[in-house]
Design a protein around this ligand. Structure first.
Ligand code: AMP
Ligand code: ZN
Length: 111
């Protein structure tokens, strides 16, 4: 999608510190990490947020969670948190579905 920063990362038009890539998704480090380990997993197909997941397209979410488990093991994460912000009220700033994976320190409770 034009003007989507994550679509541009997928297309290689914007650089990223890539961790993993397959036909369906991409994982890369967050540019402003909120924890010692903070990476993002995104689908290659553009969905604005988790609110666009349906029975027809939800298999990509299963793929992304397989990738998260694989990367957590690969990176030796001793526990981690998966977060997706959906809409401005939740603090979503990039409107391309992404799962934050946070680890490497004791994480606080939600608010
Ligand atoms: P959210 O606020 O949940 O929409 O998360 C968007 C995340 O994308 C933020 O944590 C940003 O730091 C991150 N981000 C924005 N631009 C880039 C980029 N070019 N490379 C890596 N992460 C980015
Ligand atoms: Zn996009």
């Amino acid at each position: 999608m034009a003007d989507c920063i994550f679509c541009k990362i997928i297309a290689g038009e914007i650089p990223s510190k890539k961790l993993y890539e397959d036909d369906l998704c991409l994982a890369f480090y967050d540019i402003e990490p909120l924890a010692p380990k903070h990476f993002l997993v995104i689908p290659k197909e553009h969905f604005a947020s988790a609110a666009e997941i349906t029975a027809e397209n939800s298999s990509v979410v299963a793929d992304m969670f397989e990738v998260i488990a694989q990367l957590a093991a690969q990176e030796g994460l001793d526990g981690f948190r998966v977060v997706t912000n959906c809409g401005p009220i939740a603090g979503q700033t990039v409107h391309h579905l992404h799962f934050h994976v946070l680890s490497g320190k004791q994480l606080g409770s939600f608010n």
